[in-house]
Ligand binder design. Structure first.
Ligand SMILES: Cc1ncc(COP(=O)(O)O)c(C=O)c1O
Length: 431
């Protein structure tokens, strides 16, 4: 693998010509591959098929006499609150189960806070002339879409090795009353794979927001999604730390079983202080007469407890590990000196950084050769990557063969884009 920056101009041009020939051959193969979204693959969905047959007529009436086939029990059946509380490390009274999408709960909570405020403050976010949200970047496009939808101004916060830059976070949150919240994906972050260190979680719990209606949106989507068994990241329990600082009302936690059972057909949960749960229960009572308790019961019977969940997640990991490894090995062999990434220990993504100013070109080259990537910029608020360098790789959904082909093409396109950039930059210098 040549060190491109060490090549003479002529050597770079010759190398580029060679790579373009290879690219043309691949274009003629009419590929149609998709590495754009972090969906589970069919083999994973198959693990939960037994869940669909696990309910019996006897299950329909709970011990307290309530019928799961009817309206009622708005916060969710106790056994489901226990199950999801077990995953998040929360007491069942600190858990509210609603629907099948955690993103949906996040949207709802932003919406309620924007219109009516939050527990402990009567001032809705919209009362602020310039409500703002902190957005650790690169991050999750669908988070950014929610805050953009409400016209909330988003501020980029770089993600470091151990979580968001906490000096910046403290500075904004503790001094600016317009800062109403922060998006956090604390474990195996989408897309960086970063897990927040104990120190970062503690500093978040210790925040003293200038706004009395500030909330941390703690999206723990990948809480049990380890790839390598015991070699996994550990995340501190933010609610426990908040209780030390008396700040437990400041956090909304989220998770779902989308990547345990069925994506879009799982169970979603909100974790929050009892004050928040009581307050939000009243708001959610306007939205629904009771969520899907049959789904809750199915999940309770199928997932049972943390041990059963861990065993299921080992099956998922066995499917996903070879895919992550394949991508990582190809990247290592082909582009280790011209791109950067971190091999995550869990989650659904690899965050791939090419030379500044090259990501859009890599994306377009891949697209024209039949490989769909997550649009460049999606990992930043407003779809704008200020460095034009981040590409999110989603290895979970394609087959191993497709993934291998797509990653090889990604590497080829990265080489082409890098050489083109070096050559144009060189020309500019010469002028
Ligand atoms: C960080 C993050 N949060 C939330 C979601 C969506 O979760 P749900 O299916 O529970 O709405 C995803 C899906 O990829 C995700 O990556």
């Amino acid at each position: 693998m040549p060190q491109y920056s060490l090549l003479s101009r002529e050597e770079k041009e010759n190398e580029l010509e060679l790579l373009r020939k290879q690219y043309k051959t691949i274009c003629n193969m009419n590929l149609s591959l998709d590495m754009s979204r972090g969906r589970p693959c069919r083999d994973q969905a198959a693990f939960a098929m037994d869940m669909l047959n696990c309910l019996t007529p006897e299950d329909m009436i709970l011990a307290d006499g309530s019928d799961v086939r009817n309206y009622g029990i708005p916060a969710g059946i106790l056994s489901a609150r226990k199950l999801m509380g077990g995953i998040l490390g929360l007491d069942p009274t600190e858990v509210y189960i609603c629907g099948s999408s955690s993103l949906n709960i996040m949207f709802d909570l932003v919406s309620h806070a924007y219109l009516h405020g939050v527990y402990g403050s009567n001032e809705p976010w919209r009362a602020s002339e310039h409500p703002k949200f902190l957005c650790p970047v690169p991050g999750y496009d669908r988070h950014f879409a929610i805050t953009e939808y409400f016209g909330i101004y988003m501020i980029n916060i770089p993600i470091l090795e151990d979580g968001p830059d906490m000096d910046m976070v403290e500075n904004y949150v503790n001094n600016d009353p317009d800062v109403k919240g922060i998006w956090c994906i604390p474990k195996y972050s989408n897309p960086t794979g970063v897990t927040y260190s104990d120190e970062v979680v503690r500093r978040l719990a210790a925040l003293k927001p200038a706004a009395d209606n500030f909330r941390i949106f703690w999206d723990n989507s990948y809480v049990v999604h380890d790839l390598y068994g015991d070699d996994k990241d550990e995340l501190a329990n933010i609610m426990d730390l908040c209780k030390e600082y008396g700040s437990e009302d400041m956090v909304y936690e989220f998770t779902s079983t989308s990547k345990m059972t069925f994506a879009g057909g799982g169970l979603a949960a909100l974790g929050a202080s009892r004050h928040n749960i009581d307050y939000i229960s009243k708001q959610f009572a306007v939205e629904s007469i009771g969520w899907n308790k049959l789904n809750m019961l199915m999940h309770v019977k199928f997932l049972k407890d943390n041990e059963t969940i861990a065993a299921l997640m080992r099956k998922h990991a066995a499917v996903l590990r070879p895919k992550f490894k394949a991508v990582e090995e190809i990247l290592e062999a082909e582009v280790s000196d011209i791109a950067q990434w971190k091999n995550p220990k869990g989650g659904y993504f690899i965050s791939f950084n090419v030379m500044d100013g090259c990501a859009t070109r890599v994306y377009n080259l891949c697209k024209d050769a039949g490989v769909k990537l997550t649009p460049v910029g999606a990992t930043y608020p407003y779809g704008h990557d200020p460095h034009d360098s981040n590409i999110r790789i989603a290895p979970t959904s394609p087959s191993l063969d497709d993934l291998t082909q797509a990653t090889a093409l990604l590497c080829l396109c990265t080489k082409i884009a890098t050489l083109e950039k070096l050559l144009t930059d060189g020309e500019a210098e010469e002028v």
